[in-house]
Design a protein around this ligand. Structure first.
Ligand code: HEM
Length: 487
């Protein structure tokens, strides 16, 4: 709990008031809007306009919830780091849980701590350095598949690529053949997320709405693929049984007896030394499935988004594009990039840093207060939802001069040193900070460098570039681009 401060009394003229508390200002919404939260493109405008009109702390009631829109980096740090124990993850999670079960992204408290401890080693810098080769090789496969002048949906291409990379590096399977199927299934599932924002999501879930029916079928498909991967490694287990293999598996990489050096091997062999009984020490198939699904979803969709926006921004700036080409040609001299090249590919890194500033894939991070929470001169009541949006902070002129301009050169070491800690936070912060951050940085730089060695991507004239803020910041109509072979 944060230190308790005096609770300010109600102030005359404040719109939302609860007994004994005074809430920050905010927009007045109609009764219907307050009950039914309808996500869509306008959500981005809605939150940005509110931040501009009312400042760093805004409240409104939406979808039956009291929401605090938090725009001060210090407050964000307090919520995500300093006082994180006073918060749980917020409501959208209920639907996420239907897909991801109790994986790292959705679990709370002791379960989360245990799972994080078990999975952390798979994401250590040294471990993921071994994945660099696969990342560049799969990007090379992608660039080889393309032909000059053909129209591509770069959003789909990047989705397919990052899914294949996640499949190979984390589960040692060549998912490329199934990528379209998995991609479609993920898409159906993601598009059904809006129902969690409506009242009675459980009831909705059972209704014969075609989109939801598709999402249920898609979930079944994804489950089949993942349980299939588990069964291959742990043949003794019954599909979906939720029963752990009785033997401790430390270091064996599953019943197939081989450590594939990937995440799945670690999940199958991980042991929680602090758990009392044998059965509780290893993960059940259900737990492994939940973690695998979590990583597959959290790990590929976000990175694909970041890459798609990166290609779009590069296509809009010939000067940035020319310097990108100069750097990859000079540093790589025609060979595929490797992990050792990363420090020299500093302009590529600045480009992706700037792309994630303008189009942060995780555009909001939400938390729900457990106990009353003093924030600034106000007090958030228990259950209030705190919304912290990289989309807003990253385009705030106080931190980023000329904020809407794509300007990779702003990321000098001096600029970074003076930037407040949570003015830029594409990967969140605190104990729930993205576990795949180093993985993502490496993948982003290696993929951009590999593709830029050979191709220039031009936006198809007239293609509508529209934002679709679902769980991640997607493009509504994909990203139609034409590759041109470089000199
Ligand atoms: C550009 C790419 C990525 C972005 C922008 C991103 C962003 C984020 C953010 C903001 C969170 C914190 C959410 C919160 O606090 O509520 C998060 C958590 C997480 N991310 Fe990522 N992520 C990316 C890539 C990845 C990759 C590549 C993986 C795995 C291979 C991954 C796995 C996870 C997991 C498992 C969590 C939950 C961590 C926990 O709660 O302990 N992410 N990510």
């Amino acid at each position: 709990m944060p230190p308790s401060t005096a609770v300010p009394g109600p102030a005359p003229g404040t719109r939302h008031q609860a007994p004994g508390t005074r809430l920050p200002p905010g927009p007045r919404l109609s009764a219907l809007q307050r009950l039914v939260y309808w996500p869509g493109r306008n959500m981005l405008e809605f939150i940005r306009n509110n931040a501009r009109t009312y400042g760093d702390l805004v409240t409104y009631r939406l979808g039956g919830e009291l929401v605090f829109l938090v725009g001060d980096p210090n407050h964000i740090k307090d919520i995500l780091v300093t006082h994180n124990r006073n918060f749980t993850k917020s409501r959208g999670l209920e639907r996420t849980k239907r897909l991801l079960g109790n994986g790292l992204l959705t679990s709370e408290g002791a379960t989360h701590l245990r799972q994080r401890r078990l999975m952390q080693p798979a994401f250590h810098r040294e471990r993921i350095a071994g994945y660099g080769r696969t990342m560049a090789e799969y990007a090379e496969r992608t660039r080889t598949r393309w032909s000059a002048g053909a129209t591509l949906d770069v959003a789909q291409e990047m989705m397919r690529l990052t899914l294949s990379i996640a499949g190979k590096t984390l589960f040692d399977v060549d998912i490329e053949r199934q990528a379209a199927e998995v991609g479609r299934a993920m898409n159906d599932v993601m598009e059904s997320f809006w129902t969690s924002m409506l009242p009675f999501p459980d009831l909705l879930e059972r209704m014969p709405i075609p989109r939801l029916r598709r999402a249920r079928a898609a979930r079944g498909q994804l489950d089949a693929i993942i349980y299939g991967m588990i069964a291959e490694r742990r043949p003794a287990s019954a599909e979906g049984s939720g029963v752990a293999s009785p033997k401790p598996l430390r270091g064996e990489g599953g019943a197939s007896g081989r450590d594939h050096g990937d995440l799945l091997s670690m999940l199958l062999s991980a042991q929680d030394d602090e758990a009392g009984d044998d059965a509780g020490r290893v993960m059940t198939d259900k737990q492994v499935r939940d973690e695998a699904m979590t990583i597959l979803l959290a790990g590929h969709e976000t990175t694909a988004n970041a890459l798609t926006w990166t290609w779009y921004l590069i296509s809009q700036s010939p000067e940035v594009e020319a310097r990108l080409h100069e750097e990859v040609d000079r540093v790589l001299q025609g060979r595929l990039p490797a992990v050792a090249d990363l420090p020299a590919l500093s302009f590529v890194e600045k480009i992706v840093t700037e792309a994630m500033r303008l189009y942060p894939p995780a555009w909001i991070v939400g938390r729900r207060a457990i106990d009353e929470y003093p924030i600034g001169e106000y007090v958030a009541p228990p259950r209030a939802i705190m919304i912290m949006s990289p989309w807003i902070l990253h385009r705030d002129a106080r931190y980023f001069p000329d904020p809407d301009r794509f300007h990779p050169d702003r990321w000098t070491p001096e600029f970074k040193a003076t930037l407040p800690q949570f003015a830029y936070f594409p990967f969140g912060g605190g104990p729930r900070r993205c576990i795949g951050e180093s993985f993502a940085w490496m993948e982003l730089v290696l993929v951009v460098a590999t593709i830029a060695q050979q191709w220039t991507l031009g936006l198809v004239p007239g293609h509508p570039v529209e934002l679709q803020p679902v769980v991640t910041l997607r493009t509504k109509h994909g990203m139609k681009m034409t590759p041109a072979r470089r000199g």
